[in-house]
Design a protein around this ligand. Structure first.
Ligand code: CA2
Length: 149
């Protein structure tokens, strides 16, 4: 049985769909979970979809995923721009890591232009809303399939 792709979401993403629809759209995190479940089914892979508001929990999940996942889709939310701990945890991962942001962070405030995740990520997707998660799953599925060839 292939390992699942872990989809890890950081702080405040549980509020999606309730506030700031002009920036983040109307979809809730549950809508994104459903979208990812459907995309994973089409791609023939399993997912483990989670959200946390705490930095330590996110770090622990990244450490766990390094052992138990075939790849990581990570929207670290605000920790993207602040967390050396998240970067250090990602550096221990040998599986593909795709950094995802719903919004185009480069069109926003300058403090969102720096990412502690990007130096440890295989690739970055931002600005495509929830569809970015599907693009990230497709990218990881392709990388995993390429390794098996
Ligand atoms: O665009 C993204 O996906 C972000 O990772 C979202 C983070 C933000 O700090 C990053 O710069 C970009 C914020 C997530 C908070 O989401 C909320 C949604 C609704 C209401 C309040 C916050």
């Amino acid at each position: 049985m292939a390992k699942p792709i872990h989809i890890l979401n950081g702080p405040n993403l549980n509020l999606l769909g309730t506030r700031e629809p002009d920036i983040y759209g109307a979809a809730t995190l549950e809508d994104i979970r459903t979208l990812c479940t459907e995309a994973a089914s089409d791609l023939g892979c399993q997912i483990d979809f989670r959200q946390t508001n705490t930095e330590g929990e996110l770090v622990t999940w990244i450490q766990d995923a390094a052992e138990t996942a075939s790849g990581i889709v990570l929207n670290a939310a605000a920790y993207t721009h602040t967390s050396v701990a998240v970067l250090d945890a990602l550096k221990t991962c040998t599986v593909p890591v795709v950094e995802v942001h719903l919004s185009n962070v480069y069109k926003r405030e300058p403090f969102r232009h720096n990412s502690y995740v990007s130096p440890a990520a295989t690739g970055v997707i931002c600005g495509f809303g929830p569809h970015g998660y599907v693009l990230a799953l497709e990218a990881i599925a392709k990388l995993i399939a390429g390794k098996q060839e």
